[in-house]
Design a protein around this ligand. Sequence first.
Ligand code: 8YV
Length: 331
Amino acid sequence: GVLMVCPMSTYLEQQLEKRFTLLCYWNFSDKKQFINDYAHSIRAVVGNATAGADAELIEALPELEIVASFSVGLDKIDLNKCKEKGIRVTNTPDVLTDDVADLAIGLMLAVLRRICECDRYVRKGLWKAGDYDLTSKLNVPLARHCINLLNVRCGLLSVFSGKTVGIIGLGRIGLAIAKRAEAFGCPISYYTRSEKPNTNYKYYPTVVELATNCDILVVACALTPETRYIVNCDVIDALGAKGILINIGRGPHVDEKEMVSALLDGRLGGAGLDVFENEPEVPDKLFGLENVVLLPHVASGTEETRKEMADIVIGNLEAYFQNKPLLTPVV
Ligand code: 8YV
């Protein structure tokens, strides 16, 4: 049997059901009873960015042979335990790279140009009421409207093209973001553990130096014990009152409490966030801020990409059970 640990895609569910005996973990309220009844029949686990296979689940499933994740990130899987037990692990790289990079750029534009706030302004009928003209920002009578529309602390809509973009992690997604930002005339810099030999982007050996020298800081690395809180208080201060933080990685990359208080104090200029420390919890102090854009972890969430991700999960499971090479092996 195949155990799906949380709901993630109806298409994937249907396709798995056609091919395997599918068990949906969330449909069983008594997990202990479930393990008692089914543990010995489960040979595969399908997880995602929300839930995967931690040490406890792996230990509870003695016949587990493969964990196929519906995600590129592997932080919800105990990889060491899998290695130790000879359990194979697969993910869904490459097919989501463009989507995630697109959304990172989308967040930059949305934060700097205040797209979501402007949309709210129009929907509320304030444009008609205030005769507000976004292009005459210096017009004094309009200042009052600007204050209504735009967060006073951070001022007006800000240019994106040409801003310096600093990227933490220059893997597939980091590079795709760099390529896109380059097309907007943005100088690119990055931090990784060691300098990449084949790029002309400016390398900084610490995240604080990267943050000090960029306008927009993007988190695009994998979540590991080493990268947890890689954006800490010092990094946020280095990014500063005019800096923008973009997170399309994982919530725990950022010290969320520090980020929220920096945003509230105006010590950080703005943020575009697709991920949070405690999803689906989002700090409600952020709801009152217009210099942040908040998304519910949707960077890979297009119809096309989610289908491709599902097909990779299915392909990996089929290959495994037919003794063929895995499509995207990690362990
Ligand atoms: C998904 C992700 O949102 O690939 C990842 O690492 O975070 C995402 O693509 C998630 O796994 C979908 O359920």
